[in-house]
Design a protein around this ligand. Structure first.
Ligand SMILES: Cc1cc2nc3c(=O)[nH]c(=O)nc-3n(C[C@H](O)[C@H](O)[C@H](O)COP(=O)(O)OP(=O)(O)OC[C@H]3O[C@@H](n4cnc5c(N)ncnc54)[C@H](O)[C@@H]3O)c2cc1C
Length: 382
């Protein structure tokens, strides 16, 4: 490994691979370390709502078109309260507000693009520690039972906030879990997405293929109970929670439960080290922002390294610029997502009215819904 130029990316998930690809496209030499020896993407039932901005980035990386379902309208409401807001692609002047894609499909597409690029991929290679230093970062790895150290000018941690146990600034348990699965209903989706806030958490139905992708956020014990119900009882409970507009539901595929936390890491991990994607911030999926934000982290870091043109991608001045440029987008997206959950996931009558007023205001104030839509589509700079 040529340490003088090498960039190591820890984690070959969607964010790590997007960064590797973006760096490779700009002529940088990159090595990706991925702990899994084979992709477990097919075991993951989650789908992701990709923003329009993410689609543009994936296009630039040459990873589009993908098998994804367009969203042309989003309806947001709350159970037991007034107020409802509609966001529409037409009003913002684009063909789709976003696209729904299987996490596994996105992972496979990015991994295939990385495989056919100049990126070196070390599969079955887990980083056990990352340390910064003046001249290079040191990544301790374990591969096929052997341990050794790798050196690089820059180590980017994109491990999804998993095994490396890096220090966190914020770690908040929402006391909620997301149950995800695919369903079909009597009513076709016509590319509409629905998000309904309930006191236990938001319930989202996203258009996915011929049916829906369900993200049902609720108390952890309730999510486990829903996951254990037989198919018919589960669909009856879903029908009661979602409302009558959909007709009868039928289950497609298996149910999977994800515990939900807000995790925010400190920016400066160590010299020559940087965190991106879920490693930097793990968000509640309420607004579908986690991957979209992580992809912007990856794309902006690659752009900055290329723009810098310098031989040292781990220079502290470059990393300081990255932290400064990403601060606003990251902070605003974390705050937006966290505030939605704190405001909507409770049953305080006064707050229910305030929420209703907020949703109603978004509908009646000229441009307010479009302002919100643009932020969800492009990030805070939209
Ligand atoms: C239910 C649910 C719904 C969601 N919906 C949306 C949505 O609609 N829109 C959206 O934008 N986001 C959504 N998200 C968030 C999204 O899934 C994440 O933001 C995204 O997967 C983060 O990608 P990542 O590459 O940072 O991490 P990951 O996807 O977790 O990938 C990390 C990779 O690093 C590897 N790894 C871990 N530790 C090590 C190590 N020590 N050494 C080497 N490799 C390692 C792992 O094997 C993995 O391959 C949702 C999340 C959930 C739970």
């Amino acid at each position: 490994m040529d340490e003088a130029n090498n960039i190591i990316v820890v984690g070959g998930g969607p964010v790590g691979n997007a960064l590797a690809l973006a760096l490779d496209r700009r002529g940088r030499r990159v090595t990706v370390l991925e702990a899994q020896s084979r992709s477990n993407a097919d075991d993951d039932a989650r789908t992701l709502a990709l923003s329009h901005g993410s689609r543009l980035i994936l296009e630039r990386l040459g990873v589009w078109p993908l098998k994804a379902t367009p969203i042309t309208r989003i309806f947001v409401s709350q159970r037991g309260g007034f107020g409802r807001v509609e966001l529409s692609a037409d009003a913002v002047g684009i063909a789709a507000l976003g696209h729904v894609i299987e996490y596994g499909e996105l992972r496979r597409a990015l991994a295939a693009a990385v495989q056919s690029s100049g990126v070196t991929v070390e599969a079955g290679c887990a980083a056990t520690a990352v340390k910064g230093g003046g001249e290079h970062a040191v990544v301790a790895i374990e591969q096929a039972g052997l341990q050794r150290d790798l050196r690089a000018r820059l180590a980017v941690v994109a491990d999804g906030g998993g095994g490396l146990n890096l220090s966190q600034v914020k770690n908040h348990d929402y006391g909620q879990s997301a149950l995800v699965c695919d369903v079909v209903s009597d009513q076709a989706h016509h590319n509409r997405a629905y998000e309904r806030f309930t006191e236990a958490g938001p319930l989202a139905l996203l258009p996915h293929g011929a049916g829906w992708s369900l993200v049902w956020t609720t108390r952890p014990e309730c999510a486990q109970e829903l996951a254990a119900l037989d198919d018919r009882a589960f669909c009856a409970r879903l029908g009661a929670a979602a409302g009558t507009a959909f007709g009868m539901f039928a289950l497609r595929g298996r149910r999977q439960v994800f515990p939900l936390r807000l995790k925010v890491a400190g920016q400066a991990l160590a010299p020559r080290c940087v965190l991106i994607g879920n490693a930097a911030q793990t968000l509640h999926p309420v607004a579908g922002q986690g991957f979209n934000l992580g992809l912007r982290d990856a794309y902006e870091l690659a752009r900055l390294i290329a723009a810098h043109g310098a031989p040292d991608p781990g220079a502290q001045s470059l990393l300081n610029t990255f932290f400064a440029q990403r601060r606003f987008d990251r902070t605003a997206t974390i705050l937006f997502t966290d505030s939605l959950i704190r405001l909507f996931s409770n049953d305080i009558p006064l707050l229910r009215s305030v929420r209703g007023l907020g949703l109603a205001a978004l509908t009646v104030l000229p441009g307010a819904a479009n302002f919100l839509a643009r932020r969800m589509i492009f990030g805070v700079r939209g």
